[in-house]
Design a protein around this ligand. Structure first.
Ligand code: IPE
Ligand code: IPE
Ligand code: MG
Length: 229
């Protein structure tokens, strides 16, 4: 049984592991947080590009359950930046018809950010063009564990209903920037049959042409889901 059939050649559910901000900054002798700021700028543009390319669901990995292990200054700077970004960018995303949904262990982020997240979700709840899932304090294992605690049987479909956002479809394509070739605890359940695309481009340098390259690569993949053809 597969939740999704072999595609029609185009990916409409795409996930991105936005990696390489630190290296981008270090290469330029800049503080790491400057890399994150540039990465945020890239994200804004990528959301617009994704809408333009007909993507229906875009999931981005913004902060993992493991990223708390980074230096305290970096974590604090990231938290401050994310909070401000939610407030400053939600109106424009709203105008573009983007619905925002945050996935992750929300109870572990500050109350202020929880409020900002809830506000952004409420503001954009009715938007039809694209859903942007922001994985924040997200871990694939945490998501599966949280679901398992409430699971009372019923198989795959019942289990899926217990994930953070059951309406998140399995990504056909997972993109990771910066040359690292691993999932780092991202969408472990949902990416079971995803096509993976790795690029050496560092996240702040990612642009529409790299996104198109990934989508083109996807279009030439043959997905079999375990079957003979
Ligand atoms: C990804 O960039 C952003 C977050 C994890 C928040 P990194 O900060 O991991 O960049 P590198 O891997 O150090 O270059
Ligand atoms: C994954 O990148 C997390 C995000 C992009 C938010 P990391 O930089 O944290 O992953 P590792 O440590 O290289 O596996
Ligand atoms: Mg990294």
């Amino acid at each position: 049984m597969t939740a999704q059939q072999p595609g029609d050649g185009s990916a409409t559910n795409v996930a991105i592991i936005m990696d390489g901000n630190g290296r981008w900054a270090t290469e330029r002798g800049l503080p790491v947080l400057e890399g994150h700021r540039r990465g945020a700028r890239t994200l804004k543009q990528t959301v617009k590009d994704a809408v333009g390319l007909g993507i229906e669901q875009l999931t981005v990995y913004a902060f993992s359950t493991e990223n708390w292990a980074r230096p305290r200054d970096e974590v604090a700077g990231l938290m401050e930046m994310f909070g401000k970004l939610i407030v400053s960018e939600t109106p424009e995303l709203h105008d573009e018809g983007v619905r925002m949904v945050f996935v992750g262990r929300r109870s572990e982020v500050s109350e202020q950010m929880q409020e900002q997240m809830a506000w952004a979700e409420a503001e954009t709840a009715e938007n039809p063009r694209m859903t942007l899932f922001v994985a924040f304090n997200y871990g694939g294992r945490a998501e599966i564990l949280d679901a398992a605690e409430r699971y009372e049987g019923g198989g795959e479909e019942a289990f899926r209903e217990l994930l953070y956002e059951p309406e998140m479809r399995d990504p056909e394509l997972v993109i990771r920037t910066s040359g690292e070739e691993r999932l780092s605890n991202f969408l472990l359940w949902q990416s079971a049959y995803s096509e993976l695309f790795f690029t050496d481009v560092l996240w702040p340098d990612f642009d529409r042409s790299t996104l198109e390259e990934a989508l083109q690569a996807y279009a030439s993949r043959r997905r079999r889901f375990g079957a003979r053809e």
